[in-house]
Every structure is written in C-alpha cells, then in structure tokens.
Ligand binder design. Structure first.
Ligand code: SF4
Length: 386
C-alpha cells in the first residue's frame, strides 16, 4: 500500500481513534454504534483491534501520532492493563511521543478504574457527567447519580493532567434558569475543558420512539437557540470560552488536540467496530469505515487481517466540502484560501451575503461563524462551499 505523501495533510495532524463499543446499558438518546456489555470476554475484540492497527500502519506508513482517543461506547469498562496493551501496540507500530495527547471517555460509575487507566498512559479524561440533577440524569437514562459524578471528578483531578466534562442541555421543558444552575455548577467545578451538547432526538434512538408515542416533545427551536446563545455568553464570562461549536477550554493547551485533527481535516486511523477514518495516500484521500457489528469485526480481522469494510476514494470536491463544514466548527474559522490546494475557492458572493446577515465574519484572511451563525452552521457551510 502507498505511503502518505501530502505535506499539507501531515501538518493537520495524525490521530488514532479506538472505538470500544460496549456500554453497561444503552442510554435512550444515544445513536452511536454501541452494544450491551453483559459479561462478554473483551479479549477477542482487544486482539482484533491490535491486529487491525497493524493493517492501518501498513497503509499509512510512518507518521507522527499527535493523539490517541479511546471513545465509545464505554472504554472505561476496560482495565488499565487492557488500555496499556493498545497503547504499547500503537507505540511499537508508529512510535508514541511523550507529547502525544491520549484521551479516554469515562463514565462516572467506572471511577474506581481511573487511577489505573492514568497509569496506563492516558493523560486526558473526558467524563460523561451530563447533568448534576438527579431527575435529569434519570430522564437521560444514566446509571450514575450526581454524587457519583462529583466523586469521579475529584478522582479524575488527582489522576490526570487534563479533565473534560460532558453536559447535555435542552432537555424537554428545561428552563433557561434550570440550565443556568447546571452550567454554573459545571463552571465552578474548575475542569479544564467542557463539552456542552444540545439534546437531539436522533432517528433510531429510544427517545425518537418516545417522542413518536407522544410521551414528550423536544424543546422548541427558539428556546433551544436562547439556551445555546446563553451558553456561549456564560462560558465566555466564566473563563471557558468556546473554541468550537460545542467545546470550551480554560486555555489553548487544554483544547482537544484529537478533535482538532477532525476539524482541520487531518488524517486519522479508526479501529474498532464501526470506527471511521481518513487517510491520504499517493492515490488520494480515502474515507474508511470498519465493520460495525463486534462479532463480525472480530471475524473479519481474524480472517483478513483488517477491520474495514468500506474504503472509498474522496473526490477533491468531497474533500473541499468536508474541510469547510468541519473547519467552520472552530471559532477561529478557516483561512479564505484553505481550499487552494484542492483547486477550489470559497464562494465570495455567499460570504458577502452571509456577512451582511450577521452570520459570518471575514477578518485577517479568515472566515468564521458569528454566534448567530453557529446556530445555522450547516446551512452556512453549504452556502460558502464550492
Ligand atoms: S454511555 Fe455513552 S455511548 Fe454508551 S449508550 Fe450512553 S451515551 Fe451512548
């Protein structure tokens, strides 16, 4: 297989995403590729992930790994030793420098494993707190209580140099005051990073059926927009400004380097059931998707040595559109000439029109969304893309 050769893409970072697809229980809002953990033996899947990494190394050639991210699912179901086996494998294939960021998503109920996971080489944890209100947690189908989340945060603080917390807002009938209480508590905790997501009802998730049965109605769009604008204002005045649509950091060094690779359209490896990846090779950039079902993923890796089932070339137009839609998510926006290497440019007329409407700004050679523009990010990206 060919080796990566595009210097511009190399500059955008090279990340490794490891998908652990099991959860103790599926949350009703979740539409990720997850399966009930039950009492499955994790070893066959761990072995398959480690073998699949070898196939990716053959395709990518030598690259400097800027970050590793254990996501899911619930990777905090794994022990420190199991996490370490994957990190050792990555180190033996590409080399894992001391300055590479290594993040793991953890659920508060798994907090007892956090010190062990830190010793395995993880230096950043992303805790799925979601809310510090008992009733909201019950509505979201979470297994932990507010006090578990606070305990987990204390332990995470002692174990990791960088701690991020996830919260969800926009629950049905949640008032701005109720969200303000949650957000202020999140800010007071003093985490390094916050990911604040608006609840969305995804087709196929249990919540979509509940809404269809008339059990509850999603938040009105105007109210949701008010909550989102309030979130940007409050986090900015609370020392945690947004640097991306849903992500806030105490300082630039606590921004997610891993997610920046996605937003900047770098290359990344995706291993584990249903993981996606992007790789730039001599013959172009490809979008890769792994087999989704864990047993089939293990079987395929065992039989063929690779976990992917789709490896599709991305046309230059596809790449340009993806680069705009991902890049615009960052509050710093994208350089006006960002698409030049792909042979495209941004739509100048659309930029002028959207600037007039107050949805984007153009300054210092960059185009960025305004707060109002963040509420219409997909439409704006589609308009200024080639
Ligand atoms: S714990 Fe996370 S990944 Fe698992 S079901 Fe809940 S939201 Fe989805």
């Amino acid at each position: 297989m060919s080796e990566s050769s595009d210097a511009a893409v190399s500059d955008r970072g090279f990340a490794i995403y490891v998908h652990w697809p099991y959860c103790a229980r599926k949350c009703p809002y979740c539409d990720f590729n997850v399966f009930a953990a039950k009492d499955r033996d994790p070893e066959p899947l761990l072995a398959a992930i480690n073998a699949d990494l070898g196939d990716w190394r053959a395709r990518s050639g030598p690259r400097e790994v800027t970050s590793v991210f254990f996501g899911g699912g619930t990777p905090s179901l794994l022990s420190g030793g199991q996490i370490a086996s994957i990190l050792e494998r990555i180190d033996s294939l590409w080399g894992l420098g001391a300055d590479a960021e290594v993040t793991l998503e953890a659920n508060p109920e798994d907090r007892a494993r956090l010190p062990d996971i830190a010793r395995a080489g993880v230096d950043r944890v992303s805790l799925g707190v979601q809310s510090l209100d008992e009733e909201e947690l019950r509505f979201l189908g979470r297994l932990h209580r507010p006090e578990d989340a606070l305990d987990a945060f204390d332990l995470a603080r002692k174990s990791f140099p960088s701690v991020s917390l996830d919260f969800i807002y926009g629950l049905p009938e949640q008032t701005l005051d109720a969200w303000a209480v949650q957000l202020d508590r999140a800010l007071e905790l003093g985490a390094d990073h916050l990911s604040l997501y608006e609840l969305s009802v995804e087709p196929g998730a249990a919540f979509a059926y509940a809404v269809r049965r008339g059990e509850w109605a999603p938040m009105d769009d105007d109210v949701a927009a008010d909550l989102m604008e309030f979130t940007y204002e409050r986090t900015a005045s609370g020392g945690m400004p947004a640097y991306e649509i849903s992500n806030h950091a105490r300082s630039p060094e606590h921004r997610s380097r891993h997610n920046s690779v996605y937003w900047r359209s770098g290359d990344w490896v995706g291993v584990g059931p249903g993981a996606h990846g992007r790789l730039t090779t001599e013959s172009g950039r490809v979008a890769i998707e792994c087999e989704r079902q864990p047993a089939r993923y293990v079987e395929q890796v065992t039989n063929t040595g690779r976990g992917w089932r789709v490896s599709e070339p991305l046309s230059e137009l596809d790449q340009a559109r993806e680069r705009v839609s991902m890049g615009l998510r960052m509050t710093s926006g994208i350089p006006v000439g960002d698409l030049a290497d792909l042979g495209f440019s941004l739509d100048g007329d659309a930029i002028a029109e959207l600037t007039e409407q107050g949805l984007i700004t153009k300054a210092d050679g960059r185009v960025a969304l305004t707060i109002a523009g963040r509420l219409a990010a997909d439409r704006v990206a589609a308009m200024i893309s080639p």
